[in-house]
Ligand binder design. Sequence first.
Ligand code: GTP
Ligand code: MG
Length: 224
Amino acid sequence: MLRDYRLDDIRSRLGRIGLKILDVMLIGGTGTGKSTTLNAIFQTDTAKVGHSFAPETMNVSEHMLNDNFRLWDTPGLGDGFGSDKSHVRKITELLHKPYGNHNEFGIIDLALVVVDASTRDLGTVYSLIADVLLPNINADRILTVINQCDSAMSGRHWDYSSNTPDLALKAFLDEQAASIQRRIRETTGTSIILPVYYSAEYGYNIGRVLDLIIDHIPTERRRL
Ligand SMILES: Nc1nc2c(ncn2[C@@H]2O[C@H](COP(=O)(O)OP(=O)(O)OP(=O)(O)O)[C@@H](O)[C@H]2O)c(=O)[nH]1
Ligand SMILES: [Mg+2]
């Protein structure tokens, strides 16, 4: 059960900094699969997923996976419907949201940037990192993941019977992860950890996404 995945690890790492709940914000372009990722981790239809060209999630929502792990879904950027400004405001408010009653620490511990594997245009990701995240949260709290890895090569090289990529697609995805890491560094001046690729739709590598999060639980609380 993903609900209990490495729960002892999460608890002991949080305990070291006096925190009870790990708070992770999902963020990214519209349609990249943030809500589907949340559902894949929860193994339920907790968040509403989009089924048309239009963006789906309009507001921030919080979801407890267990007593120690909370995910925050946010509206996607770059939807072309002119909502970016209000979405950025909601995301910024969440980044400023305090933990507890004092304004000393922020509730959000980590930001998980969801990128869609079939996109060539990383413009939304760059501006999200440079303009929305970095002014509000340290670079070492920004994790990047590549969703929809099943569609990366237009669905070719994906084995739909085992729901895994073949060797050619794996090689492509490894190169893509390195390339995204490099391009983000060149464009935003920020070094991010090598992104993990997965498929929320087909439940591939969800454990690796959770590993990335758990392995990067911060060693101190986030000061506001
Ligand atoms: N093939 C494939 N499709 C996916 C995957 N993850 C999500 N999708 C599809 O992508 C579409 C958008 O998914 P959402 O989860 O609503 O995307 P979102 O990032 O929450 O979008 P907004 O709420 O508009 O910001 C849906 O049709 C999903 O079924 C994936 O891993 N593979
Ligand atoms: Mg959504």
